[in-house]
Design a protein around this ligand. Structure first.
Ligand code: FE2
Ligand code: FE2
Length: 182
């Protein structure tokens, strides 16, 4: 079985692909509202919903057992960045609403938050992969890794079928075909 931290690193590959799509959407000044809404769904259900749930509900608390406090130090920084990500999503939603009422400024708010989220998460994932998860790997026993991986598998199995891990990856790849490989 893959370790718990490797499971999260595997999710990051797909989340990073989504952030590349988001940057391209903003750079090309896409006006495809349905695509922006799909990005929001993918963040809410996969990047934030499933992936951040694994980190916030399972990984970080277990790191807490080894002295990594949720209110200060590296775990606090990670939690704070998850909150900032949610603010960018709220900004995208507000931008879409504004654009729908006929205000073109809404589009630029969408682009700003697409970029803001993408760069935040790219930086965040680099810190997790290169620093935080290495701390966890040092601290955790084999048993910790196995128990966590098992709990991750249970979350993934019970997740909303419309946005389970496989379908989210498929949707990211479909967007990638339009924005990254065109
Ligand atoms: Fe995270
Ligand atoms: Fe992560």
């Amino acid at each position: 079985m893959t370790t718990a931290t490797q499971n999260l690193i595997d999710d990051h590959v797909h989340i990073l692909r989504l952030t590349d799509i988001m940057v391209t959407m903003a750079e090309e000044q896409s006006k495809e509202i349905a695509h922006f809404e799909l990005v929001i769904d993918l963040i809410r259900n996969f990047a934030d919903g499933l992936h951040h749930a694994k980190e916030e509900d399972l990984l970080f608390p277990r790191m807490g057992v080894y002295g990594y406090h949720p209110e200060h130090g590296p775990v606090a920084v990670m939690l704070n960045e998850h909150v900032q990500g949610r603010k960018h999503v709220a900004g995208m939603v507000a931008g879409i609403e504004k654009y729908r009422t006929g205000n073109k400024d809404g589009l630029f708010e969408i682009y700003e938050h697409l970029m803001g989220y993408a760069y935040l998460l790219q930086n965040h994932i680099s810190k997790e992969n290169n620093v935080l998860f290495k701390m966890a790997d040092q601290a955790f026993s084999d048993n910790d890794q196995q128990e966590l991986a098992q709990q991750f598998a249970e979350i993934e199995a019970g997740y909303d079928k419309a946005f389970n891990r496989e379908s989210a990856i498929l949707k990211i790849n479909q967007l990638a075909e339009l924005y990254l490989e065109a």
